[in-house]
Design a binder for this molecule. Structure first.
Ligand code: TYD
Length: 208
């Protein structure tokens, strides 16, 4: 069972994933938790190229290809072997992040980005993708609040980009109903957590 978690910045994804991981472990499920680049050496090296602030000339398609390449190595080294051993793999961001951020946010087109990612993953997509949906402005306000600062002009400039990311996620959820579940992430952590857990346990039951 391959479960991925998606959403824009400030949606609370990472907090909820940690809670879910601990809960599944306490219920004696054989579960691993990965987040790209997942501690895999080559994926980390690729990721450093993407995140290096001095690489200002990085081209959008080059960035999309690098994300896909980094993902590929993580799949081969960690995710495929765990799935083969029938473990539950929970992954913080996966292909859908590229579809939403590079496809939607950077306007490369969801189909184009999907094509390179299907090559990278040998057409394997998650069994379940949980989208923590939130208005990007609220997400950015949460982040600003956590770092005890006001929302600034740069944050506001980013809103357009994140609105495109969110729209792409909602489009993906709508067109991939078999694997997508949307959760309203503007609710409290407790509510989001219990809804997420219920969805996952139902899915695990279905697959028994
Ligand atoms: P990440 O470190 O996972 O941050 P977060 O805590 O928000 O999940 O991701 C860093 C940034 O990289 C984030 O803005 C999303 C972006 N990203 C892409 O643009 N494409 C991708 O394929 C992935 C995996 C992440």
């Amino acid at each position: 069972m391959f479960i991925t978690f998606e959403g824009v910045e400030g949606c609370g994804k990472t907090t909820i994933i940690n809670m879910i991981y601990e809960k599944l472990k306490s219920m004696n499920f054989d579960v691993i938790h990965v987040r790209e680049p997942g501690g895999v050496k080559i994926s980390e090296q690729i990721r450093n190229i993407i995140l290096d602030k001095s690489n200002t000339e990085i081209d959008d398609r080059c960035e999309a290809l690098l994300f896909a390449a980094s993902r590929r190595q993580l799949l081969v080294e960690k995710i495929f072997p765990a799935l083969k051993e029938n473990k539950i793999v929970i992954c913080d961001r996966f292909v859908d992040s590229s579809l939403a951020y590079q496809g939607g946010g950077k306007r490369l087109g969801i189909e184009n980005v999907l094509n390179i990612n299907l090559f990278a993953t040998e057409n394997s997509l998650p069994n379940l993708t949980i989208l923590f949906d939130i208005d990007p402005e609220l997400g950015l306000k949460r982040i600003a609040k956590n770092s005890e600062r006001e929302i600034n002009r740069l944050d506001l400039q980013k809103i357009d980009f994140y609105n495109r990311v969110r729209d792409a996620y909602l489009y993906l959820a709508d067109t991939n109903k078999d694997r997508y579940q949307i959760i309203d992430a503007s609710k409290s952590i407790e509510e989001v957590y219990s809804t997420t857990l219920e969805i996952i346990l139902n899915k695990l039951n279905e697959n028994k």
